[in-house]
Design a protein around this ligand. Structure first.
Ligand SMILES: CC(=O)SCCNC(=O)CCNC(=O)[C@H](O)C(C)(C)COP(=O)(O)OP(=O)(O)OC[C@H]1O[C@@H](n2cnc3c(N)ncnc32)[C@H](O)[C@@H]1OP(=O)(O)O
Length: 197
């Protein structure tokens, strides 16, 4: 099936991805969810994933970074990106398969975004940032230049990461935090300036 994408995870996040696909002139090839109680999302039928041969690539439409990571390593399918037509992506930025980019997001020169990331509404990822796989940059977060975000890390809504800061793997930056120093892997920080919670 050309120009269509399978979605795994029939969630509110999936609704956003469906609208991104439509903004690109693409369509939904099918929707899957492991919860048998979910059998519809809008007008789409939702089925259990059984691992057949699929004729279009997938996006895992699950907001939880650990679940997305687990699934991505468990299902053997091709993955693709969904990039909203009203996001701004530098021609020198690089975006990995499985990653989604919401409306209003801006990704600047030489930024590198890994696989299966969520680049959420109106966030700003500036020049030469490096975002590792399975990270989520929430709405209105601002990553100044040369920021590194580790695997699986969640940057909360409206957080600001100052230039050149490294945030480790599987960390959480609370909504509205201002990160002025490096953040160790696995830690949760909140506030301005951000401190370990
Ligand atoms: C489209 C979308 O929706 S994308 C999703 C975007 N989601 C986000 O941005 C959420 C980011 N998550 C947060 O900010 C969370 O509050 C976390 C992860 C920082 C903390 O979550 P929890 O551990 O559940 O904390 P909890 O809600 O129990 O609060 C514990 C304390 O921390 C405080 N706190 C929680 N979040 C924050 C924050 N962002 N900044 C400052 N203080 C905070 C609470 O007020 C509370 O303080 P108290 O003990 O003095 O009452």
């Amino acid at each position: 099936m050309n120009n269509s994408v399978y979605l795994y995870g029939a969630s509110g996040h999936a609704k956003v991805i469906i609208e991104i696909l439509k903004s690109q002139g693409m369509s939904v090839a099918g929707l899957f969810d492991d919860n048998p109680a979910i059998n519809r999302l809008w007008d789409y039928e939702v089925r259990p994933f059984v691992g057949e041969a699929y004729d279009a690539p997938f996006i895992i439409t699950i907001g939880n970074n650990r679940v997305r990571c687990h699934l991505a390593q468990r299902i053997y399918v091709a993955f693709t990106t969904a990039i909203h037509s009203k996001s701004i992506i530098s021609p020198t930025a690089n975006i990995g398969n499985g990653t989604v980019v919401m409306p209003g997001a801006c990704i600047n020169a030489d930024a590198v975004i890994g696989k299966h990331c969520i680049v959420n509404t109106n966030c700003s990822i500036d020049h030469e940032c490096r975002i590792e796989d399975y990270a989520h940059i929430s709405p209105n977060a601002t990553l100044c230049g040369n920021v590194t975000v580790g695997e699986g890390t969640h940057i909360g809504a409206g957080a600001v990461i100052l230039p050149g800061i490294t945030v480790g793997n599987w960390a959480v930056i609370g909504a509205g935090a201002v990160v002025t120093k490096p953040v160790a892997s696995g830690t949760i920080v909140v506030g301005n300036p951000a401190r370990v919670k």
